[in-house]
Ligand binder design. Structure first.
Ligand code: GLA
Length: 387
């Protein structure tokens, strides 16, 4: 096996065209994103997949029933795009759908699963996002994801399978068995605080359903978009504050979601880059054991609403990643008693805390730690047990 890392071992990291560009995608854009991955440190930080979402094909298959890339958007064809991305040491992703059509009305892969998988392999793709629109009602989504999974696993190429059924139809109960490497657990994200907050809260009770080879995908990141989508649905105006983007990235990192950038990284500012490339947060997200995070309510528990909580992720080396999240609209003190981590006073250990955003040591604490966190903000620490 040598250095071979199996597909889906860790949450995928990459970029996806949908949030910002929706239908307005073309070859040159994808090349520029690939260039930027290399020149601006994204590749170095761990981002790997460049994914073209919906709207890449013609509206009809060819006479042989094959999908055809839109020649106006991709004049050189998909193989050339794949070759370019591969020449940069990156991986290439595309999009299709379980139904007769994609969500934007392009041909879907229903009853063409094995044919399309073969075509994707020919083009040299490494990742397939598989959506849930226009699904014939007489057949279960579970079976259709199993079909494409089997087709991809037998197409002669390693292709990471990214299921996207928005958490519908009890997906938690069957997706791991289907063979998918990641699965969308939520409806579409929008570039505003309410959306980020509600997606995160919706998955707090679902952390037992994420882990290696089948990661809970909370949707693409909106970090750095600032209302820059071309779609009103996703949020053409508004956007979030940098604090909110930082909290969003922290939640997705700790909760083990794949990290798929959704902004136009050709126009990123230094803060966007700092957020998306924070090495400590990425290390937490990419931790080998890929455990879900558990939630602790701050003390005194009766005092706090459900949007104020700590998330704790047990890391492979024995450290704990701890996020203090204040999603409420006013400042809060979040008191963490270490016994809630399984660390009673009598054990004789203290915690040495490193602030992952400020990149500084906070000191050594025994029994409890109670930071004050501003509205919509968070503190993420890496905690080490010390005597
Ligand atoms: C669905 C998905 C989105 C995106 C669009 C494309 O809404 O959830 O992520 O892929 O379809 O049409």
């Amino acid at each position: 096996m040598g250095n071979y890392e199996p597909l889906g071992l860790k949450p995928a990291m990459g970029w996806n065209s949908w949030n910002t560009f929706t239908w307005d995608i073309h070859e040159q854009l994808i090349r520029e994103v690939a260039d930027r991955f290399v020149s601006e440190g994204y590749k170095e930080a761990g981002y790997e997949y460049i994914v073209i979402d919906d709207c890449w094909s013609l509206k009809e298959r060819d006479a042989g029933g094959n999908l055809v890339a839109d020649p106006a958007k991709f004049p050189g064809g998909m193989k050339a795009v794949a070759d370019y991305i591969h020449s940069k040491g990156l991986k290439f992703g595309m999009y299709s759908c379980v139904g007769t059509h994609t969500c934007a009305g392009y041909p879907g892969s229903f009853e063409h699963e094995f044919q399309d998988a073969a075509r994707f392999a020919e083009w040299g793709i490494d990742f397939l996002k598989y959506d849930y629109c226009f699904k014939p009602r007489h057949i279960s989504g579970e079976l259709l994801y199993k079909r494409m999974s089997l087709a991809l696993k037998n197409c002669g190429r390693d292709i990471l399978f990214s299921a996207c059924n928005w958490g519908e139809d009890g997906v938690y109960n069957w997706i791991r068995e289907s063979g998918a490497h990641m699965y969308r657990s939520t409806g579409d994200i929008r570039d505003n605080w309410e959306s980020v907050k509600s997606l995160a809260l919706s998955q707090l009770g679902k952390q037992c359903y994420t882990g290696s080879f089948c990661h809970n995908d909370m949707d693409m990141l909106v970090v750095g978009m600032y209302g820059g989508s071309n779609s009103d649905f996703i949020g053409r105006i508004g956007g979030c504050s940098d604090t909110q983007y930082k909290t969003h990235f922290s939640l997705w990192s700790l909760m083990g979601s794949p990290l798929m950038i959704g902004c136009d990284i050709r126009k990123d500012n230094p803060i966007t880059k700092q957020i998306l490339q924070n090495p400590h947060l990425i290390a937490i997200n990419q931790d080998l054991e890929a455990r879900g995070a558990y939630r602790i309510k701050p003390e005194p528990q009766w005092f706090h609403t459900d949007d104020v909580f700590m998330l704790v992720k047990v890391l492979t080396d024995g450290d704990l990643a701890i996020g203090f999240f204040n999603l409420s609209d006013s400042q809060r003190e979040l008191s963490l008693q270490f016994w809630d981590l399984g660390l009673p006073y009598a054990a004789g250990f203290s915690l040495s805390l490193f602030d992952c955003w400020a990149e500084q040591e906070l000191g050594v604490f025994r029994e409890r730690y109670a930071p004050v966190v501003a509205a919509h903000d968070c503190l993420v620490v890496r905690a080490k047990l010390v005597r």
